[in-house]
Design a protein around this ligand. Structure first.
Ligand SMILES: NC(=O)c1ccc[n+]([C@@H]2O[C@H](COP(=O)([O-])OP(=O)(O)OC[C@H]3O[C@@H](n4cnc5c(N)ncnc54)[C@H](OP(=O)(O)O)[C@@H]3O)[C@@H](O)[C@H]2O)c1
Length: 212
């Protein structure tokens, strides 16, 4: 599969290495000149955001939440887009619609990236554990990762990709349910297998004024 990864920090580089190890054709981009990226160490190509998006069928967004609006929506139209970010008010600055719980971070991104098939995925696993915990399909107690999305076909494609990369996927529901695996929730940051993750998602308590 041709995978574009936008965001080449710790998490983006770990995802790029894992995808390349599993036979995918990967192009990685950052906010600066691609020449700042050590492509030989990453076993993937490097390029601009436009390079990463235009060659790919699937794009993984691994950049700070507030930085997504620097990416032109047209670049991602028609693509399967996995976003691994969480809103962090201290780093991103206040976003009223999220602070008031009127919507979720994933819904905001989906509205911005018109025409993209957005799935929230890969946000819960610390970067050091991405390669460490990947296991072949069928491995007992394999680590499971939650996904959320409004497009069932996109979620099935995301789950199949996670499975091939080394993780079970557990569907947490539509993008409006993405809060169930945000920071501070039981499903966030802890290695859990499918059964334990399913329980953790169900046990998540709703934010003070959860989206309707
Ligand atoms: N770290 C983790 O364990 C982890 C795990 C899962 C998910 N995440 C999520 O992944 C995101 C990145 O986390 P990180 O720890 O990898 O951060 P990081 O190490 O600070 O890296 C951020 C990366 O995003 C790039 N970036 C920023 N604005 C960009 C733009 N407009 N276009 C292209 N690239 C841009 C930066 O480019 P430059 O290098 O040019 O500055 C940098 O490569 C966050 O939303 C985080 O919540 C992190």
């Amino acid at each position: 599969m041709r995978i574009g990864i936008i965001g080449a920090g710790f998490a983006g580089r770990a995802a790029a290495r894992l995808a390349a190890q599993h036979g995918h054709d990967v192009t990685l981009s950052n906010s600066r000149d691609p020449a700042t990226l050590p492509a030989t160490m990453l076993s993937c190509k490097v390029g601009t955001n436009a390079d990463a998006a235009s060659f790919a069928t699937t794009v993984l967004l691994v950049l700070p939440f507030a930085r997504h609006t620097t990416i032109a929506p047209a670049l991602l139209a028609g693509k399967l887009v996995l976003h691994a970010s969480d809103y962090n008010p201290r780093a991103d600055g206040p976003i009223a619609a999220l602070d008031s719980r009127a919507t979720t971070a994933s819904e905001l991104l989906a509205r911005y990236f018109v025409g993209a098939r957005v799935v929230k995925a890969l946000n819960t696993i610390p970067e050091k554990e991405i390669e460490r915990d990947a296991r072949p399909p069928g491995t007992p107690n394999r680590r499971a990762l939650p996904i959320a999305g409004d497009d069932e076909y996109a979620k099935r494609a995301a789950a199949a990709l996670l499975d091939q990369l080394g993780f079970d996927a557990v569907d947490a529901g539509p993008l409006s349910e993405g809060w169930r695996f945000e920071p501070g929730r039981p499903a966030y940051g802890t290695p859990l297998d499918r059964a334990a993750l399913t329980e953790a998602l169900a046990a998540a308590s709703a934010p003070a004024s959860a989206p309707a």
